[in-house]
Design a protein around this ligand. Sequence first.
Ligand code: KG4
Ligand code: ZN
Length: 358
Amino acid sequence: MRILAFESSCDETSAAVVTKTHDGFKIESNIVASQIDIHRLYGGVVPEIASRAHVEAISKITYEALRVAGVSLSEIDLVAVTANPGLIGALLVGVNFAKAISAANKIPLVAVDHIKGHIAAAYLLEGDKPTPPFVALAASGGHTSIYKVLDYTTPTVIGSTRDDAIGESFDKIGRMIGIPYPAGRGFDELSREGFIRATEDEVNFYKNYKKSAAYQDSDMTLPSPALTGDTFDLSFSGLKTAAINLLHKYEQRGEPIDRALFAARYTYEAVEAVAKKISLALDKNPGCDLVVSGGVAANSHLRARLAEIASKRKVKIFIPPISLCGDNAAMIAAAGYYEYAAGRLADSSLNASALDSL
Ligand code: KG4
Ligand code: ZN
């Protein structure tokens, strides 16, 4: 089965052609047109500008996805599209385009939840793939949630942030220390510099960080976003507010803050909190492997820390390559295949929704 998929929930317009084979998926093309350069001017995504940019890009990238895959629309068996959650105007562009392609070419249509898509990026891995039930983390600009994935189409939330998402917090705090939007990757690199400097260790810098003088520095103390107790929930707003106050304190004193050491401290608290809740989720769900997904799954410190947790528990960990962590249509194709296999076809009444459905 050959799937043409679309993703337009935020600031990336993407179209992909993915074939379901007997032992997995083959990505024939996965074109991502990023709007980052446009939104960077404003320090974040401007919804109306995002919708217009999707309208401008979607036809071009669809032709490109078909051209790279070397197929025509007559060779497509299924159309899949992200229908929620996300920016409503942005989602509507993909949904209406997909509906038009499906209707005009009489190709079945499926609607995909964006987060199911992120988790499904792990099914695109070559070789060993996750099989439900498993525990999944979706960490992105809008989500920080932990799921128990019962079967290919049923992730159920077992924990999530009660306020800000981890990616959003990296973007906001990153902006305050001069990292351009989206700050996640720059934050990752700056933290690495901070960890290495704090520990003078280029290999085990994360592991040794807690023992360093920089970690003990009471001026740099930040709270953990992990809620106490047996809950899997997190809260990033306290960490974010404390970080903003810390930056203001330095500003008022007229002292420049060490950006790298600050970024390392912030990353450490964010990653340790997620690590704590993922450990709890794995302990409470014996026999479950771990999938790590979403744009923040690209974070090198988070990847390494969660790999360590999984290995300690002899649990398999599946993390998509960085190119499939951020928003892309190939992951929507994989999730769409399972919606189709479960008989959940959409029709011309399909509408987009900004809301979470999980
Ligand atoms: O999944 P995604 O592409 O879009 C949403 O669904 O939100 O995630 C984007 C988020 C942004 O907040 C971005 O800063 C973050 O992922 N991100 C990272 C890294 N690369 C991207 N965060 C931390 N470390 C990274 N290396
Ligand atoms: Zn996403």
